[in-house]
Design a binder for this molecule. Sequence first.
Ligand SMILES: Nc1nc2c(ncn2[C@@H]2O[C@H](COP(=O)(O)OP(=O)(O)OP(=O)(O)O)[C@@H](O)[C@H]2O)c(=O)[nH]1
Ligand SMILES: [Mg+2]
Length: 234
Amino acid sequence: MRATVCLPTYNERENLPRMIEELSRVLRDGDRVLVIDDGSPDGTGEIADRLAEEHAFVDVLHRPDKEGLGRAYIAGFHRVLADGAELVLEMDCDFSHDPADVRRLIEAAEAGADLVLGSRYVPGGGTRNWGLARRLISRGGSLYTALFLHMGVKDPTGGFKCFRRRVLETLDLDAITPRGYAFQIETTYRVKRAGFHVTEIPITFADREVGQSKMSRAVVLEAVWRVPLLRLRG
Ligand SMILES: Nc1nc2c(ncn2[C@@H]2O[C@H](COP(=O)(O)OP(=O)(O)OP(=O)(O)O)[C@@H](O)[C@H]2O)c(=O)[nH]1
Ligand SMILES: [Mg+2]
């Protein structure tokens, strides 16, 4: 099945070239990468254009304003579905997600899962170089989500995923409005509600080594109020 990795970027100039290089080693013939850049002031967009000229498997979607991860992914999903992708992956560009794990996500989808989640909280998964505060926020987010949504998912806030095409075609993508972690929770919730088969495979999530985190208090608070709302709205 032809897979496309959606790679949202905002100020990832130090990470993007190496990420494309590493993905070129794990992707198969016909697989693609779509870089979705929100007008990064550090020139990531121009670097992406250069990489797309050098590598036939790379495309770039430029968006003028930074509107958050959720919006960037939705725009990317529309594009890759139109381009005929059969599997659609989400992945961070900061090496928190190991490109070497992309193959295992693809294989789990090809083995029958409709949505594969890279999971820190199933046996064999974990985090590396995360301080206590980040570990608590992440664990707390998982527990909070379980309390309201009962999805049976151990790592609902993670952003390393692989969707089958038919899943994204079924969802009303433009109705998914969160920007941060809540985006990850809501997509998985909707996929489960639609009756699709979701599976988790273990990954190790490493803290970024270069560039700046875009995580903010606003992103966490968004998830705090949106999760109960999701339950209420059904
Ligand atoms: N296009 C786009 N990409 C974004 C935006 N915000 C974050 N990203 C990218 O999304 C990925 C994840 O963002 P991070 O900054 O690592 O945020 P995070 O993973 O929640 O936080 P950390 O774990 O602290 O790094 C990275 O590749 C970012 O460059 C955005 O508004 N638009
Ligand atoms: Mg990150």
